[in-house]
Design a protein around this ligand. Sequence first.
Ligand code: FAD
Ligand code: NAD
Length: 458
Amino acid sequence: MKTADLIVIGSGQGGIPLAADWAKAGSKVVLFERDALGGSCINYGCTPSKAFLAAAHAAGRARQAASLGIQAQVQIDFPTVMERVRSIRDRFNQGTHKRLDTAGVEIVCAEAAFTGERTVTGGDVTAEAPVIVINTGTSALVPDIPGLANTPYLTNRNFFDLQALPPRLLVVGGGYIGMELGQGLARLGSQTDIIVRGDRLLDREESEVSDTLAEAFKRDGIGLHFHTSVQQVQHIDGVFTLNLSNGETLEAEALLVATGRKPNTDALNVAAAEIELDPQGYVKIDDRFHTTNPHVYAIGDVAKQPAFTHVSWEDYRRLKAILCGEERTKSDRVLGYAVYTEPQVGRVGMTLAEAEKQGINARAVTLPMAHIARGIEWGHDLGFYRLVIDRDTDKILGATLVGYETAELVHVFLSLMEAGATWQLLEQSVHIHPTYGEALPSLARLLIGEDMPTCPNM
Ligand SMILES: Cc1cc2nc3c(=O)[nH]c(=O)nc-3n(C[C@H](O)[C@H](O)[C@H](O)COP(=O)(O)OP(=O)(O)OC[C@H]3O[C@@H](n4cnc5c(N)ncnc54)[C@H](O)[C@@H]3O)c2cc1C
Ligand SMILES: NC(=O)c1ccc[n+]([C@@H]2O[C@H](COP(=O)([O-])OP(=O)(O)OC[C@H]3O[C@@H](n4cnc5c(N)ncnc54)[C@H](O)[C@@H]3O)[C@@H](O)[C@H]2O)c1
């Protein structure tokens, strides 16, 4: 039995810096990882998907340049695209290894399980510590569709190992992963169809977001099948055949299943440490990341935090402060996130409906892309910017930006909200012409009744 000061289970986005910081400060840290170091984000999530989308969107933008009078011949070298994706993934993965090694963390490459209140075993190592942090993330949740189990379907786990471009692709699921990777392969040349159980894409967002993305996907030649589910899967001679509940039959050489996530808690033997899970298997935590065991904390996706890398990373910063005796909680932060389709969706805070549900006297204003000079100049016609404010306090409550690179632009709102700013502060700001950013004060000016269009030259 090893004795440590800190045990981290899972090398997710919060666990790595926590382990490294503790070890660098001279503490004995043992980190268990059953798969690739760096977790989902580096190995089969953010990093490879965004490197992949860089290529896909380059192809999409080159084709769209026709509307500017530029006729580009797009040739896809798929093996090179994927080699680049994997080399970036590998570089980040090796960087993680080096970071933990240099800090002096003892890495145990094994699946870990609790063997007592403060003890964890993985492979032939058993360690005990007064503080244990669970950062084991999630895995693809694969639905129990007849015929699916024994086929070579793709999830985010093996997608980035693709060697050849599938001529045709079927995607099950109209959420983040299905949309990003589905549009990506479509832009690289796969004839793509997306099967959506509900009546719209990205159904947790406002319907105008879904409608805009559906229009963009149609322009990319993607087939959208709403209100239907897969009843049967067959895989014969390299071709998947899917029978849908609406009577349609679809065929393709590749099938991507992107129907949500499940927490990685099955192997943890949480009962041995009296750690409670919720009905879906996520670790229950309080506002200070404490599980039901006083020695054990949980951060990131496995603790049912919003499933984003910056959330897991921020969990680490807050948990570190708590462990150092500071008064911090998990809840008092402004949540922003983005979907890396084209157009992108940049989101922060509440929608109008969410604000009203909380009883807030809220108001929303919307500026369509057609009223943004930069959009017209660049040939981007899809999207809109929306701002939600509290009528009683004038504070900014949230924003939804759909358009070109809005994942960058939405940080203006994030910072304003973090500072507790009112919409008048934005309205008074003089932003640079011609930029997408100049449309943000214009958006706020709609609240004082200024008519659209509001940008110079419009
Ligand atoms: C395709 C895809 C794209 C994404 N894109 C983005 C994006 O653009 N932006 C964004 O913010 N987020 C994105 N995400 C979400 C993001 O990857 C996660 O929210 C982020 O990785 C945080 O995860 P985590 O720290 O909770 O743990 P993870 O990164 O999931 O890591 C958990 C680790 O624990 C290990 N583990 C599990 N069980 C055990 C065990 N019993 N013993 C030992 N080790 C164990 C796992 O092997 C894994 O390495 C994406 C996710 C996917 C799947
Ligand atoms: N850009 C980003 O930050 C980014 C990118 C990818 C993933 N992520 C994170 O990872 C999480 C998981 O992504 P995801 O796309 O797997 O999940 P998701 O929850 O975003 O989407 C899953 C979709 O599949 C549908 N679905 C569920 N079961 C189904 C079934 N049996 N048949 C058909 N459809 C079904 C759901 O209705 C939903 O629309 C996201 O919620 C997000 O937090 C983030």
